[in-house]
Design a protein around this ligand. Structure first.
Ligand code: ATP
Length: 363
């Protein structure tokens, strides 16, 4: 990792007897977009508020750019927090809203005006400078809030659910805008979100949180493809999970899966031992589906119970003789009639997957 900007060391926060954040240690590099991802109440906003200085840790230390923040009040931290509501002043024009944060900065009015112009240009709102917040769209209001936050040139920008107020289409577009603005300014972003797709798209790295703890930290593809626990595997995307027992370990690990009534093979994983009980997890898109019989160690035969056609892809639920259901996600790569279709309702089908696609989870 390149030079770190934020170092969180063993930070906990209790409200009375309730522990909202438990012994969190994290490092965020300069120039990174880092997301705190987790369900409602997992402590991500509390962690963000401690970085901003609005809450004091019960234990542990926070360093920003090498300085211990314990005795530093919010207004003296090189940090700006952008709230979910954007908190724009309704009676002020766009440019006055952006300039508001500079009111207490020791700078000439010409320099202040130049900074405001530069920020409006950065978020492409120059032509809306004289409008009031109610005269622009939700996406534009979000960019005003961003321009105001960046005007003071913070080292660290904290964003609390930055896209939650936008509808789905606008959110996708705005994600890319946020990334491009972050890249151009080089400011480090820490984003709080409960939306896993948003975290995946925006972030260089993600911390997945549960019950006040950080469960896993890594690049989006690492936490998705190599989850370290059942919680992370289930929280990110969808996944098939079955209880299993390790039967043998050689080039592949063979596990018995009673729910499926058969044995399956996975790639060897460190720490796994013969006789161990664990979970075998498999993402629906890693499974191939065929209407003609397949041979192989990981072939599973079943029948199509449900089928959801989304256009570019389809989701199948395959019922096994044991009663278990397996989700399979397949891209509709070919155009054509019934013969081209991967599978239809009530078809007998054969599923297969590579041992490397199976995830063995011991936690
Ligand atoms: P959400 O996505 O719903 O905002 P979150 O992960 O941001 O959730 P936090 O706001 O950090 O969650 O809250 C974590 C837990 O701490 C919650 O159970 C919440 O009720 C509790 N909590 C937060 N602030 C306080 C407070 N000032 N007093 C008491 N409990 C609090």
């Amino acid at each position: 990792m390149s030079e770190s900007l934020v170092r969180i060391e063993g930070v906990s926060k209790s409200f009375g007897t309730f522990q909202a954040v438990r012994d969190v240690s994290l490092e965020v590099a300069k120039g990174e977009i880092f997301s705190l991802l987790g369900g409602s109440g997992c402590g991500k906003t509390t962690l963000l508020r401690m970085l901003a200085g609005f809450e004091t840790p019960t234990a542990g230390r926070i360093f920003i750019d090498g300085a211990d923040m314990a005795a530093v009040p919010p207004w003296d931290r090189p940090v700006h927090m952008m709230f979910q509501s954007y908190a724009l002043f309704p009676h002020m024009s766009v440019e006055r809203n952006v300039g508001y944060g500079l009111k207490h900065e020791a700078m000439s009015s010409a320099a202040r005006q130049a900074r405001v112009r530069e920020m409006l240009d950065l978020v492409q709102l120059t032509e809306f400078a004289t409008r009031k917040p109610h005269q622009i769209s939700g996406g534009q209001r979000q960019r005003v809030a961003l321009a105001r936050a960046l005007a003071r040139q913070p080292k660290l920008l904290l964003l609390d659910e930055p896209l939650a107020a936008l509808d789905k289409k606008l959110r996708e577009h705005t994600q890319f805008e946020l990334m491009s603005i972050q890249e151009r300014t080089g400011v480090t972003f820490i984003v709080v979100t409960h939306d896993q797709e948003e975290a995946m798209t925006l972030s260089d790295r993600i911390a997945v949180m549960d019950k006040g703890q950080v469960k896993q930290v890594g690049r989006p593809d690492a936490v998705y493809e190599f989850p370290n626990s059942r919680f992370v595997a289930n929280f990110l995307g969808s996944i098939n999970t079955w209880e299993a027992k390790v039967m043998s370990i050689a080039d592949v690990v063979t596990v018995d899966v009673p729910q499926l009534g058969q044995r399956l093979q996975a790639r060897p994983t460190s720490g796994v031992q013969v006789g161990q009980a664990l979970s075998l997890a498999l993402r629906p898109e890693k499974i191939t589906i065929s209407r003609t019989p397949l041979q192989g160690a990981n072939v599973i035969a079943g029948e199509v119970k449900d089928l959801a056609y989304f256009g570019k892809d389809s989701l199948y639920r395959i019922a096994l003789p044991s009663g278990a259901l397996i989700s399979v996600h397949a891209v509709n790569a070919h155009r054509g009639g019934d013969a081209e279709r991967l599978a239809d309702w009530y078809d007998k089908v054969w599923l297969d997957f590579a041992p490397a696609s199976a995830i063995l989870l011991t936690e």
